[in-house]
Design a protein around this ligand. Structure first.
Ligand code: GAR
Length: 222
């Protein structure tokens, strides 16, 4: 799938682009923000496949509308068989050009823990967005945790995925004020708006090779 980049790049230039696979489970609003940024030529990357572990994920229709191939690989029959499931995902990614050498993977509301097998295979090539200022509030219900803890600020984080929960090197963060009258819903909404900005931005700097990773620190290059 070439999206509209194929209209402006020669086939040789297209071959040099890295391929992107996006994994979703539901709404897909981050996926939509990423695909729209690619269409506007803000990210030099080739989105070849969107995979959902849920057949009714709303994001599937959005991806199709934006001209990106979609696939459903249901996870419900893989309880306790994490590696077996991940091998199916890896095989689909590879078939669509998202390889460990020439691909990046974005988790965009993909509500499954991925196996160390998967993470090691795509070392520093898997990104995630989390609705909190990590390392605060990892895991589920991050916005609720921020409110319950009386945090004055929260936000969102794009990070590389490592073998912990929401614990990989941080690429970009955006801060959101927690207001006195915020509910989980109102705070989530304002955080989501920032997610839609920093996730495409993070992929853009990676696709342009404008970052260096040393240990846990990610440095932006000019
Ligand atoms: C987003 O808020 C994302 O940060 C969160 O799920 C939502 C998915 O929305 N992810 C996590 O909590 C992962 N730990 P989307 O499907 O509309 O992009």
């Amino acid at each position: 799938m070439l999206t509209n980049l194929s209209f402006i790049l020669t086939s040789d230039q297209m071959k040099l682009l890295q391929n992107l696979g996006i994994l979703i489970s539901g709404r897909g609003s981050n996926m939509e923000a990423i695909l729209k940024a690619i269409k506007k030529q803000k990210i030099p990357i080739n989105p070849t496949i969107v995979i959902s572990n849920k057949p009714n994920a709303r994001g599937l229709k959005i991806a199709q509308r934006l001209g990106v191939k979609t696939l459903v690989i249901e996870s419900k029959n893989y309880k306790g068989k994490r590696v077996q499931y991940d091998k199916k995902i890896i095989s689909a990614l590879e078939q669509n050009g998202v390889t460990a050498k020439n691909g990046f993977i974005c988790l965009a509301g993909f509500m499954r823990i991925i196996s160390p097998y998967f993470i090691r295979k795509y070392k520093n090539r898997i990104l995630n967005i989390h609705p909190a200022l990590l390392p605060a509030y990892p895991g589920l219900d991050a916005q609720k945790q921020a409110i319950q803890n009386g945090a004055k600020v929260s936000g969102c984080t794009v990070h590389f995925v490592d073998e912990g929960i929401d614990s990989g090197p941080i690429i970009l963060q955006a801060v959101v004020e927690v207001k006195n009258n915020d509910t989980e819903k109102t705070l989530s909404k304002r955080i989501l708006e920032k997610e839609h900005v920093i996730y495409p931005e993070a992929i853009s700097v990676i696709a342009r090779k404008k970052i260096r990773l040393s240990g846990r620190r990610v440095r932006m290059l000019n």
